[in-house]
Design a protein around this ligand. Structure first.
Ligand SMILES: [Zn+2]
Length: 422
C-alpha cells in the first residue's frame, strides 16, 4: 500500500531537503520513497496535509515510563524527594500488572503527542515478571520503543541475558548502575557484558562529585576504555567541559531532560556546553510525576534555559534527528529522508495558537503543544488520525490505570492530591 502525504508544510530535518513551504511525501511499504514539492503517485492513498506541518516523529531518549500512574504528584519535589517517593515508598508496591499499565499508558501518551521513538529507561526490574510486563506493554503500544534494562543489585548478569534473548537487536539497551550505584570495576563488567550482547548503554550522571567512580566519572570511564559511540549520558549536569569533550571524542551522546533538571534543582542543563564540546544533545522527558510527557515542552524549556547558546533549529534537531542518532537509529528514523521508515506527524498549522506559521522551527519550538498533533504515523502505519488514537480502548485503560494507582497509593499509605510530601 502506497500513501501520498500531500500539500503540507514539510519540515524534513534532512539538510539536503530542508523545509518545503508546500510539499509531498510518498510512502511505500512503510518507508519514505520520495519527498518533493509535487509528487505524482497514481493509485496511492491520499493523506491530505493541507494546513498541516509534516514533521518527523519525535524521539525521546530517556523516560521512566512505569511511573505514569503518579503523573504530576512530584511537580514540586526535589530530586531527593523524587527518589525517596518513587523508589523508596511507591516502587516496591508495584506488581507486574502495575508496571504493564504504567508503561502502556505512558507509551500511548507519548505516541499521541508525536513521540514515535522512545527509550523506556526501566528501573523497576526488582523481579523478572516486572521486566516482562514492561516489555509486553511496549509491544502492545504501536510505537517504536527501546527497552533499556536498568540493572540494580548484584548478580544481574543472568537476568540481562534472559531479557536479551526476548528482544530484537535494536529494541534493547542496558542502563548502567554506575557511577552512582556501582564501583568502576562493576561498571567495567557491565559495559563488557553490554558489548558482548550488542547493547547500547545509558547512564545517569548529574552533580559534581561524590560517586563510587570518583569525582570525574566520565574521565574514569574513558581511562578504562569504557566510552564509545554506543554510550549515552543522561543529564550530565555538572560534568566539566573536558569530560563532555571526552564523551564527544568517543562518539557518545548526552540526553538532556530540561524540565526535570530545572525543577529538581540540578546544575544548569548542559545543552549549550555539550554543543560547544562537539556533542549533539538529544532531549528526554525523564519522569512524568515531575514533568509533562510531551516533547514540545521539553523543546521550549531547552531553548529558554539556554537562550543564546542554542537556536530553535538546534532544539528541533535535538528532538528528532539527534535523538535518533543517540539511539543508533539514524538510518531508520529522525528525518524525512528517502529510505528511512515513515515515522512522521501532522501538526495543525491553522490552530489559532500557531497561525500563521512563518518560520516553522521557531513556531513549533516556541508555540507548539500536544493539542496540535493531528496525526501520527509509525513506519507508514497510522496510529493517530484527526486527533484520535486508533485501535486503543482508552476508557478501559484509564479505568485500569486508576485502579492500579489507587491500590499502590493505599498500600504505600500516601495521598495523590498534592498533600503528600515525601
Ligand atoms: Zn532518569
Amino acid at each position: 500500500m502506497n500513501t501520498l502525504v500531500r500539500g503540507g508544510l514539510v519540515v524534513s530535518m534532512d539538510p539536503a531537503v530542508g523545509t518545503l513551504a508546500r510539499g509531498d511525501v510518498l510512502v511505500e511499504d512503510g518507508r519514505i520513497a520520495a519527498v518533493g514539492s509535487s509528487i505524482d503517485a497514481a493509485g496511492a492513498e491520499i493523506v491530505d496535509a493541507t494546513g498541516k506541518i509534516v514533521l518527523p516523529g519525535f524521539v525521546d531518549t530517556h523516560r521512566h515510563t512505569w511511573q505514569t500512574a503518579f503523573r504530576g504528584v512530584g511537580a514540586d519535589w526535589t530530586f531527593d524527594q523524587y527518589r525517596a517517593a518513587m523508589h523508596g515508598t511507591l516502587g516496591p508496591h508495584y506488581r507486574p500488572e502495575d508496571v504493564y499499565l504504567g508503561n502502556l499508558l505512558g507509551r500511548i501518551e507519548a505516541l499521541s503527542s508525536g513521540v514515535t521513538t522512545m527509550l523506556d529507561w526501566f528501573h523497576r526490574a526488582d523481579r523478572p515478571e516486572n521486566a516482562d510486563a514492561a516489555i509486553q506493554a511496549l509491544r502492545d503500544a504501536p510505537g517504536r520503543s527501546i527497552f533499556c534494562y536498568g540493572a540494580a543489585g548484584p548478580d544481574i548478569e543472568p537476568e540481562i541475558r534472559r531479557v536479551r534473548a526476548l528482544l530484537p537487536d535494536d529494541d534493547m539497551a542496558l542502563g548502567l548502575r554506575g557511577p552512582v550505584m556501582s564501583t568502576l570495576d562493576e561498571t567495567a563488567a557491565d559495559v563488557a557484558l553490554a558489548r558482548e550482547l550488542g547493547l547500547r548503554v545509558s547512564l545517569h550522571v548529574h552533580g559534581t562529585g561524590g560517586w563510587p567512580h570518583g569525582d570525574r566519572p566520565i574521565a574514569a570511564m574513558r581511562d578504562r576504555g569504557l566510552l564509545d559511540d554506543r554510550t549515552t549520558v543522561v543529564h550530565g549536569n555538572g560534568l566539566s567541559d573536558d569530560q563532555l569533550a571526552m564523551l564527544a571524542d568517543a562518539g557518545g551522546s548526552v540526553s538532556v531532560s530540561p524540565d526535570v533538571e530545572l525543577k529538581m534543582g540540578f546544575e544548569p542543563p548542559v545543552t549549550g556546553r555539550a554543543l560547544a564540546a562537539g556533542l549533539r544533545p538529544s532531549l528526554s522527558i525523564d519522569d512524568c510525576p515531575s514533568a509533562g510527557g510531551d516533547m514540545f515542552s521539553a523543546m521550549r524549556t531547552a531553548l529558554a534555559a539556554e537562550r543564546g547558546a542554542v537556536t530553535t533549529r538546534d532544539v528541533l534537531a535535538f528532538a528528532t534527528l539527534d535523538g535518533a542518532r543517540a539511539l543508533g537509529l539514524e538510518a531508520r528514523t529522525g528525518s524525512l529522508t528517502v529510505g528511512k521508515d515513515a515515522d512522521f506527524v501532522l501538526l495543525d498549522a491553522e490552530d489559532p495558537s500557531v497561525f500563521p506559521v512563518g518560520d516553522a522551527a521557531g513556531t513549533i519550538v516556541a508555540a507548539g503543544h500536544p493539542g496540535l498533533v493531528d496525526s501520527v504515523f509509525v513506519a507508514g502505519r497510522a496510529v493517530k488520525r484527526h486527533g484520535r488514537l486508533l485501535d486503543v480502548d482508552l476508557p478501559k485503560l484509564r479505568a485500569r490505570l486508576l485502579e492500579s494507582r489507587d491500590r499502590i497509593a493505599e498500600a504505600a499509605g500516601i495521598a495523590v492530591d498534592g498533600s503528600w510530601v515525601p
